[in-house]
Ligand binder design. Structure first.
Ligand code: GTP
Length: 318
C-alpha cells in the first residue's frame, strides 16, 4: 500500500529557517520530519510517495543517500498544485486505498485502527478528526453516525456545526483521487471534500496529541513531543533539567540544558543555559542563555545573546 506525503509547501511561516532547509527536512528531535513520518508508517504501507515542489533538489539528495526502511518515490511538481492537485499528480503510483498526510502534522493517531474502520465501513474516504475548544480558525465538519455531512470554513463563534476539525490525515479510495482535475491547482479541503460530504465520506476522531508544526511555536512544541521516551538522562559537561535530547556528537562544557531542549549533531556549547529551545546542527556557542528559540544551523554566538540573537542563516527568537 502507498502513503502520499504532501511536502511541497513553501513553509513561509517558518522563514528564515526554510530559506536554507525545506520544512520537511527540518528535524523533529534530530530526525527530519518527513523521515520521521515515513518511519512511523504502519508496516502495511510499504511505499511512501513524496509530493514535492519547493525543496525538490534537497529532498532528492536526502533520500538518494539514505535507506529509511520503505520504498520512497519522489513526485515533482513543476508549479505548486495545492493539496488536491499534488495528490492527483501521484495517481500513477497508486494501486488502491491510499493514505495521505500533510507532511507537517505530528499526531498520536492510530493508523491501523483508522484503516480497520475505513475498510469496515467501505468509505470512499476517511478523514482524521481532532476536537478543539475554539474551531473559529479552522475548517469544521458536521459529523453524525460516523459520517461527515458538510464542511464549514472558519465559522463565527456560536455558529460552528461541531468542534471537530480536519486533522490533515486521510485514507482515500482511488475514485476520490480520480475526481481531482489533473494539472490544476486544487485544494482537496475546499474543492473536493465538500462534493463527497454526505456521500461516503467518514470521520475518525482520535485523542492524544495533534500538532501542525508549521509555526515557530508549534515547531518547538512538536520537537519536544517527539522526544518521547528517547530523552537524554545524563551527559558529560551538562546538568540536565527535565525532558532533553542531546545528539551523541554534541560537545557540551559547563552547560545547563532543559527543561525542553534539543541539541543537534556537531553542536559545541560552553557555559550556556538552553531552555525551551531547539539547537540545530553545527552551532557553536559560548556564555549565553537561550530560551524559546530555534537556533541554527551553523550559527556562532557569544556572551549575552539572551533573546536577541539575529542571524541571516535561520534563527528565530520570540
Ligand atoms: P506555510 O507557507 O507556512 O503556510 O506552509 P506550507 O507551504 O507547508 O502550507 P500548509 O502548511 O498549509 O500546507 C499543508 C501541507 O500541504 C504541508 O505539508 C505542505 O508541504 C503541503 N502543501 C501545501 N501546498 C502544496 C503544494 O502546492 N504542493 C505540494 N506537493 N504540497 C503542498
Amino acid at each position: 500500500m502507498e502513503a502520499i506525503i504532501l511536502v511541497g509547501g513553501l513553509g513561509t511561516r517558518l522563514r528564515p529557517l526554510t530559506h536554507t532547509i525545506p520544512k520537511p527536512l527540518l528535524p523533529l528531535a534530530n530526525i527530519p520530519m518527513v523521515e520521521r513520518m515515513i518511519r512511523n508508517l504502519p508496516e502495511v504501507f510499504d511505499t511512501a510517495i513524496l509530493a514535492v515542489n519547493y525543496g525538490l533538489k534537497d529532498m532528492k539528495k536526502y533520500f538518494e543517500e539514505r535507506d529509511v526502511g520503505k520504498k520512497v518515490i519522489i513526485v515533482p511538481e513543476d508549479k505548486p498544485l495545492g493539496t488536491g492537485g499534488a495528490m492527483r499528480n501521484c495517481i500513477d503510483h497508486v494501486t488502491g486505498t491510499t493514505a495521505v498526510f500533510n507532511g507537517d502534522v505530528v499526531s498520536s493517531i492510530d493508523l491501523n485502527k483508522m484503516l480497520e474502520q475505513h475498510t469496515k465501513t467501505k468509505a470512499k474516504g476517511t478523514l482524521a478528526l481532532w476536537e478543539v475548544n475554539d474551531p473559529s480558525r479552522f475548517g469544521v465538519v458536521e459529523y453524525k453516525n460516523g459520517e461527515i455531512l458538510q464542511f464549514q470554513e472558519k465559522p463565527e463563534r456560536g455558529t460552528e456545526l461541531s468542534n471537530l476539525i480536519n486533522a490533515g490525515t486521510y485514507l482515500l479510495e482511488p475514485e476520490i483521487l480520480e475526481m481531482i482535475p489533473p494539472n490544476q491547482k486544487i485544494s482537496i479541503e475546499r474543492d473536493i471534500y465538500p462534493k463527497v460530504a454526505g456521500k461516503g465520506l467518514h470521520g475518525f476522531p482520535f485523542e492524544g496529541h495533534f500538532i501542525d508544526s508549521g509555526t515557530p511555536e508549534s515547531y518547538l512544541e512538536a520537537n519536544f513531543k517527539s522526544i518521547g521516551n528517547n530523552g537524554t538522562a545524563a551527559h558529560t559537561g551538562a546538568s540536565i533539567r527535565g525532558s532533553v535530547l542531546i545528539h551523541k556528537n554534541a560537545r557540551l562544557e559547563h552547560c545547563i540544558i532543559g527543561p525542553n531542549a534539543i541539541i543537534g549533531p556537531n553542536v559545541n556549547l560552553e557555559k550556556c543555559v538552553i531552555r525551551n529551545s531547539v539547537i540545530l546542527s553545527d552551532v557553536k556557542g559560548h556564555g549565553s542563555v537561550i530560551e524559546n528559540s530555534i537556533i541554527g544551523p551553523e550559527i556562532k554566538f557569544k556572551e549575552d545573546s539572551k533573546r536577541s540573537l539575529i542571524s541571516p542563516k535561520g534563527q528565530i527568537t520570540f
